[in-house]
Ligand binder design. Structure first.
Ligand code: ZN
Length: 264
């Protein structure tokens, strides 16, 4: 905050897990956090000088895609993103009818009943097949290099290992997508992070899967790839500026503050 040029009017923080409405870390498995007070202690450490917004990373990225990216024409968007470790998701809606924004634990929907054990205690969870760690494991299994990950996955088109990779990674993603689309009824699906690369390489398979859902038989459900750069960072920006947009006075900005007015 001290290094920022001009006045700092808010702080936005992204966490890779479940965040309570008060900004506490309810369950953040990648960090091993359970019921960790976060938003209030952070605000206190910042002398309550500015509002602090804390949200789940996937929800922040989804909002960014919904505002600036591939989802900007949608009314109820399903967003999924693969991290190095874990998969996040969110549903973002444009209005009251489409519903509010919901973070999802999409990485933990079960895609195989006899699958690998997951850190959540279940088996066969989606993220154990499609996060970057899982994809690296598959590449090793089928005798391909693991780095640079994006380029290796892109290069799999036309290679003899394509079918085996599709079976081990893309098929679980297909099953997960069908379940999520049928359960949540979005009018479009946006895939981000490593999933955007999978959608690039295996677009026909994944598009066919979404088009085959009951929801897509009622109305078209386009499958889209993330287009905004740094979506989580942009989403955290939305969280940081949220209070300023709602009520500038809460950020210590008022109409008599000429210096700030000029900057705004
Ligand atoms: Zn799980």
């Amino acid at each position: 905050m001290e290094a920022a040029e001009g006045r700092c009017v808010g702080v936005g923080v992204s966490l890779p897990g479940v965040v309570s409405p008060d900004g506490d870390a309810t369950l953040v498995l990648p960090l091993g956090w359970e019921q960790v007070p976060f938003g209030a202690p952070l605000a206190e450490a910042l002398w309550h000088a500015v509002p602090v917004g804390v949200e789940q990373d996937a929800l922040l990225a989804a909002k960014s895609e919904f505002v600036w990216g591939a989802g900007s024409g949608l009314h109820r968007m399903l967003y999924l993103i693969a991290r190095d470790h874990g998969v996040g998701g969110a549903v973002v809606g444009a209005g009251l009818l489409e519903g509010a924004h919901h973070p999802l634990q999409a990485g933990h929907i079960q895609v195989r009943t006899d699958g690998k054990p997951c850190e959540c205690g279940s088996r066969g969870c989606l993220e154990t097949y499609i996060d970057a760690d899982a994809v690296r494991g598959v590449l090793q299994e089928i005798g391909l290099p693991q780095e640079p990950l994006a380029e290796v996955v892109r290069g799999i088109t036309g290679s003899p290992q394509r079918e085996r990779f599709a079976e081990l990674v893309v098929e679980p993603l297909r099953v997960g997508l069908v379940t999520l689309v049928n359960a949540l009824g979005p009018d479009g699906v946006v895939l981000g992070g490593g999933l955007g690369i999978l959608a690039e390489v295996f677009f026909p398979e994944l598009e066919r899967a979404v088009a085959g859902t009951v929801v897509a038989r009622v109305r078209e459900v386009p499958l889209l790839r993330e287009t905004a750069s740094d979506p989580i960072l942009r989403g955290a920006g939305l969280a940081a500026f949220g209070t300023l947009f709602r009520d500038p006075r809460e950020c210590g900005v008022n109409q008599h503050d000429r210096t700030m007015g000029a900057r705004l």
